[in-house]
Design a protein around this ligand. Structure first.
Ligand code: FDA
Length: 502
């Protein structure tokens, strides 16, 4: 059978992919989006599209028999994770030796499961990480465009100061201040008008009902509500779900041919199809895009790809930790799952840290403060292609996580000593205070200006593009989706103007 043809194919439907799909659709290019996860729009028998963190079911995770939440235990008790039936759920934890990576699965990618923090990096650090990119254009045009399109806004401060739902953030802010550390409000894509109605009891609770890493039923402006809705609105974009791109080759006439496995709800491959296209945009994320290109290079289907494919990976220096508060210093049983504040010590010359003040929405007082710290870890991992598994494997040692822990420890030791508090040792399944063996922010693998040109055009091939987090070389100093979106906007503007795609 001859392959189905589309002028443009986009693989994945996270940030980079969604920008590509919208801008292609607007330019009149018929575009097919291939997404391995589900479309999350239909309520299950409980009337909800997504399950909560505290009552996870099969919708929570991507083909697992038990949930694998970032916090493994509470008071060392195995009370957090639950047995589930394997299903194409919305959150995946991809395990490599010494590092596991959390990613979203479904139409919208990471936007379905993330905390919605919409942070623009400091200009100085952006220029340090991506010196080849014109920072003037980014800060005048593409960062503002990305923030506007994503719907980023800051929590109304009067409400923040008064609501019980953000007491946990105020407590962390006070403690940071005692230690001489600066805190900042951080924009978010969650609809704060909706959240205030949740608090008032006039809207169904979502952020205030322990929903976030397994999806938000209401309130969050995930990509299916922003970029992807607009892309579909052009009439030129089609999204095909449960369709996992596996192989990429180039036909004699220069078109790209993708081998695509169609999955069912058990994970079985029900059919394998071929899709061909003139222009191919990869937005499968740091893990997904890197694996597709590494496999193509190593199996010889796209042999001219750069030796840089697979290099320059980092987890944005992520470290998670908890602190134990004094018994009188309660953080509240009621906590919004949506983070709105960070401790900003990035200007610290020795140990720069930007720490998200994270919720611990247990529905009961925990006397704990939780953080996701972003540190400046110079270590980089490399992916190699494992032919037997037909998979990309991340090479990362526990030693490579050590600089992240050192930096986080330096900041939180200060915070603890100023407040007379200690770490929590009961949260990660053993007695560690710091978890640096998983990350939320996988970055790199197809680095801009190395594996691609400075607009994401793959080295070695024309009309083959990388649009996602794999372009960023391992670190960006803040939560990354605004940067991924802005870089994709910048690249699409250039590619559509110059390359004659479609
Ligand atoms: P992304 O990972 O979003 O999308 C890739 C898509 O491609 C997925 O839908 C995947 O299923 C699909 N795919 C992969 N391989 C495929 C294949 N072979 N065929 C077809 N489809 C394929 N960031 C931030 O800025 N603020 C925040 O608050 C948070 N919080 C946060 C919390 C949690 C729990 C997580 C897991 C992550 C965050 N993040 C975050 C990180 C953020 O979500 C992440 O950086 C972006 O989603 C990455 O965007 P990409 O476009 O790179 O890919």
């Amino acid at each position: 059978a001859s392959a189905e043809y589309a002028p443009a194919v986009v693989v994945g439907s996270g940030y980079g992919a969604a920008v590509a799909a919208l801008r292609l659709g607007e330019a009149g290019v018929k575009t097919l989006v291939l997404e391995m996860g589900r479309l999350w729009n239909a309520p299950a028998s409980d009337g909800k599209v997504y399950c909560s963190m505290t009552a996870p079911d099969r919708r929570s995770m991507w083909f697992k028999t038990r949930t694998e939440a970032p916090l493994a235990t509470f008071l060392w008790l195995d009370v957090i994770n639950k047995d589930i039936t394997p299903y194409p759920g919305v959150l995946d934890r991809v395990r490599f030796p010494n590092m596991s990576v959390y990613v979203g699965r479904g139409v919208g990618g990471g936007s379905l499961v993330n905390g919605g923090m919409a942070v623009t990096p400091s200009r100085a650090y952006f220029q340090e990480v991506l010196p080849q990119v014109d920072a003037d254009a980014m800060y005048a045009t593409y960062f503002p465009l990305a923030n506007r399109m994503l719907g980023a806004a800051t929590v109304p401060s009067a409400w923040f100061e008064s609501t019980e739902w953000y007491k946990y953030a105020r407590v962390s802010r006070d403690q940071a201040k005692t230690a001489g550390l600066k805190t900042v409000f951080v924009p978010n894509v969650y609809d704060f008008d909706y959240m205030q109605r949740e608090a008032a009891g006039t809207a169904t609770k979502s952020a205030l009902a322990q929903e976030v890493i397994y999806g938000n039923n209401f309130g969050k402006r995930s990509l299916d509500k922003t970029y992807l809705a607009a892309a579909l609105g052009t009439g030129n974009v089609t999204i095909r779900t449960l369709s996992r791109a596996r192989a990429i080759r180039r036909a004699a006439d220069g078109t790209y041919v993708l081998t695509v496995d169609r999955l069912d709800d058990t994970g079985a491959v029900v059919s394998t199809d071929e899709v061909s296209c003139r222009s191919l945009f990869l937005g499968a994320g740091s893990l997904g895009t890197t694996e597709l290109l590494l496999r193509a290079r190593e199996t010889g289907t796209l042999p001219a790809l750069s030796p840089q494919i697979g290099r320059g990976w980092g987890g944005n220096g992520n470290v998670m930790l908890g602190r134990a508060n004094h018994i009188w210093n309660t953080t509240g049983a009621n906590q919004s799952t949506i983070p709105v504040m960070g401790i900003d010590d990035w200007s610290n010359a020795t140990n720069p840290v930007f720490a998200e003040i994270a919720p611990l929405p247990a529905g009961t007082e925990t006397w704990a403060s939780l953080y996701l710290a972003i540190t400046k870890n110079p270590e980089r991992g490399t992916f190699t292609y494992d032919a037997a598994k037909d998979a990309a494997v991340l090479n990362w040692t526990s030693t490579q996580s050590a600089p992240s822990v050192t930096a986080a420890k330096s900041l939180f030791d200060r915070l603890n000593s100023a407040n007379g508090t200690i770490y929590r040792y009961d949260l990660f399944g053993d007695t560690r205070a710091f978890a640096a063996d998983f990350c939320y922010h996988p970055l790199g693998g197809c680095v801009l200006g190395r594996a691609t040109d400075t607009y994401g055009r793959a080295v070695g091939y024309d009309r083959l593009y990388v649009t996602d987090g794999s372009l960023i070389p391992g670190s960006i100093g803040v939560n990354p989706f605004v940067t991924i979106t802005a870089l994709a906007e910048r690249a699409m503007a250039r590619v559509l103007a110059e390359d004659g795609v479609g």
